[in-house]
Design a protein around this ligand. Sequence first.
Ligand SMILES: Cc1ncc(COP(=O)(O)O)c(C=O)c1O
Ligand SMILES: N[C@@H](CCCC[NH3+])C(=O)O
Length: 421
Amino acid sequence: MDHFSYKNGELYAEDVALRAIAEKVGTPFYCYSSATLERHYKVFSGAFDGVNSLVCYALKANSNLAVIRTLAELGSGADVVSEGELRRALEAGIPAEKIVFSGVGKTPSEMRYALEVGIHQFNVESEPEVRMLSEVAQSMGKTAPITFRVNPDVDAKTHAKISTGKAENKFGVPWQDVSRIYREAAALPGIEIVGVDVHIGSQLTDLEPYKNAFNRVRELVQQLRAEGHDISRVDLGGGLGIPYDADIPPEPAAYATVALEAIGNLGCQVIFEPGRLIVGNAGVLVSEVIYVKQATERKFVILDAAMNDLIRPAMYDGYHQIDPLREDQKKADYAPADVVGPVCESGDTFARQRDMPYLEDGDLVAFRSAGAYGAVMASTYNTRPLVPEVLVKGDQYAVIRARPSLDEILKLDIMPSWQQS
Ligand SMILES: Cc1ncc(COP(=O)(O)O)c(C=O)c1O
Ligand SMILES: N[C@@H](CCCC[NH3+])C(=O)O
């Protein structure tokens, strides 16, 4: 069931009309549905019922505290990639023992903080990193539980910018060096090896790359055990795609079958790091049409949202369905148009020559599937205030991040002494 649907001729988020939020909060804004967040989390975690598993929601997809809290209340763990995300996870109520720390560039001070709070594990991505982690842990009289993220050199068949499991990508330790790297790490005083980690990319719509990677990991676990390592956890990462356009990604249940066929009977705790799957379709970006410009070659629908608010179309040619809030407009005369924002870049284009319904100045539209990698990737480019976020639950809604004022933005800059009058 879609929690963003038309009722009484208007697009609603659960039981709240998006137009009513727009009137109070102004546009553009992100709006998330608690019911969708809950449903997605439950469908994913439910696919592993009865399995020794831990779902660590990947905060990078959407790290608003209220969103994390919604998932924390359902029992979610967290996958974090910075001290900032780690603090968010803890603040939102996710216990440290359900938090895994990923990323190729963890700094010594981030390591120290994570060791202090006692996270579940570090997913280490290189030899210099494991040596540094050992030193930091030893200096604190602790040992760091680690997996190595291994690079299985498989093609995830997704956009090049979000593919992470090929040998040419910066992620993970090279497959041919894994055995030596585990052996050397096992000898480090501040390190306790607990498992193996893999994450091959994002927005995967095909199970084949997963099958290949997970089967390679299965063999690796058996080999590492034969070499004397105590492997009790396998972290399979995230990456399962969502429907944006015509692609129909596999259901979590089918993904679970592939994962458990490969890893299920190894006697390990199986960890997952889904991001987009949980939050992607739980959010929309609502924007107002500022002008409709008829140029010689084409029609431009100019919105008040721009690439700084939602960068996926500019950065990955990402597709987002754009629907008018008024249902009668959704049914009205379609004609090709470019949908663009006000930022001074040609790349500030959300859709090119897309069949759009008839729209006029002042009309409101919603970008679908904007809950993941939307607000978190927003910037203030062109001195546009960071876009606010709203969370709906039933017939209630709350602003969960406010739009900063221009005064607040200007105050962030500091004039050097020689310029102060
Ligand atoms: C290590 C790691 N885990 C989890 C994720 C979450 O990915 P997704 O949002 O595609 O599920 C990512 C991002 O691709 C990642 O880099
Ligand atoms: N930001 C990307 C996904 C990146 C995944 C990061 N691990 C997107 O919007 O598709």
